[in-house]
Design a protein around this ligand. Structure first.
Ligand SMILES: *Cc1c(COP(=O)(O)O)cnc(C)c1O
Length: 381
């Protein structure tokens, strides 16, 4: 199957007992067993649930994996990956990863004896230079948030595997989705998603995913999933699966609209800079073009007026773009990194990363582009 067919049919079958075309919401904690040790493959819903199975099969299919896992949130999926490790193990992570992942690494897992290095993933040497005999995991995210930097997944994976083929490569594929890039095909071992975002796509569910293509890794992850218990519930699984079926259509429009917004902002006299990997002057445009099928639905930009008042005025004036955390839904959203996602960073670190008072991040929805541009125009003026 090609990708657009996989989003609809990948790993799916009609419900066996009734022929229901759409897998129902199996809102049950437990399953009748006719006799001790006899069951239909389901015993207790923390371990397995048919609504979750259907979604997990879809996760695996769209990422070219063999096994998918659904968690109660994206961050619960990150937690599961770290539980594969033991005290003394070392992890090399990107410098500008999702703030919640950074918080989990440094404030939760460091105290259990895991050691984290944060590297600029622009060059594979920056990763290989800090590999030791204890390194077990590389954690990367591309495009990054909020400046949409691109990391060359294949280059990092192959350089790492040359040093030690047992080091796991994990990719947070939330911003790109498999519509744009498939990390397992590029040498990664684990894909993580906040399926809260584009995969579900309607801002109505918090849910996470892991996808792998290695039998042993799948066994280990399934064990942690039911032993630690951060599973996705049946209704959330139903919503995410429903979202995935239109992923390709939504992503196509997200990308088209984002490109138009980026091109509009670049020419606007009140805009100082635009961050969009599809722009030829974006610092990672070449690798973005090679690695991704298109450039995604996220656009960040800086106003020429570098102060809180100007940004606040723009944000309050916008009507269609709603100020809210999160991204990847059908509706356009915007966020103000300096006081939202990146508020907890020390000022010096904000400066290094380029998180200024003038920086605004847009999650471009799938509305009519004319209406989106009109809204930006009136808010800017
Ligand atoms: C939102 C997000 C997460 C966390 O996922 P939740 O579903 O909110 O737990 C992780 N990584 C990225 C890139 C995200 O955008």
């Amino acid at each position: 199957m090609k990708f657009n067919t996989k989003t609809i049919h990948g790993g799916q079958s009609h419900e066996a007992s009734t022929g229901a075309v759409v897998p129902p919401i199996f809102q049950t904690s437990t399953y009748a067993q006719p006799s001790p040790g006899v069951n239909k493959g389901y015993e207790y819903s923390r371990i397995t649930n048919p609504s979750r199975t259907a979604l997990q099969n879809a996760f695996a299919a769209i990422e070219n994996g063999t096994h998918g896992f659904a968690f109660s949130s994206g961050i619960a999926a990150v937690d599961c990956v770290l539980r594969l490790l033991s005290p003394g193990d070392e992890i090399i992570a990107g410098k500008d990863i999702y703030g919640g992942s950074y918080r989990m690494f440094t404030q939760l897992f460091q105290k259990y004896g895991l050691k984290f290095h944060f590297a600029d993933m622009a060059k594979p040497e920056n990763v290989t230079n800090v590999i030791t005999s204890n390194t077990k995991l590389i954690w990367l995210e591309t495009p990054s948030n909020p400046l949409l930097k691109i990391v060359n997944i294949q280059a990092i994976a192959s350089a790492t595997k040359k040093v030690n083929p047992n080091i796991l490569i994990a990719v947070d594929n939330t911003f790109a989705t498999p519509y744009l890039q498939k990390p397992l095909d590029l040498g990664a071992d684990i894909i993580m998603h906040s399926a809260t975002k584009y995969l579900s796509g309607h801002s109505d569910v918090v849910i996470g995913a892991l996808i792998v293509k290695n039998e042993q890794l799948a066994k280990d992850i399934h064990f942690i999933q039911y032993a630690a218990g951060a599973i996705a519930g049946p209704i959330d699984c139903f919503l995410a699966l429903r979202g995935i079926k239109t992923l390709h259509v939504r992503m196509q429009r997200h990308c088209e609209n984002a490109k138009a917004v980026a091109n509009y902002l670049v020419k606007h006299p009140k805009v100082a800079s635009v961050y969009y990997p599809g722009l030829e002057n974006h610092s990672n445009h070449t690798i973005a073009k090679e690695q991704m099928n298109d450039f995604g639905g996220m656009v960040s930009f800086k106003l020429k007026d570098n102060n809180k008042e100007a940004a606040t005025q723009f944000i309050e004036n916008a009507k269609l773009f709603t100020l809210a955390e999160s991204l990847g839904g059908v509706e356009s959203l915007m966020s103000y990194p300096i006081s939202m996602s990146h508020a907890s960073l020390p000022d010096a670190e904000k400066e290094v990363l380029g998180i200024s008072h003038s920086l605004i991040r847009l999650s471009i929805g799938i509305e009519d582009i004319d209406d989106l541009l009109k809204d930006l125009e009136q808010a800017l003026s």
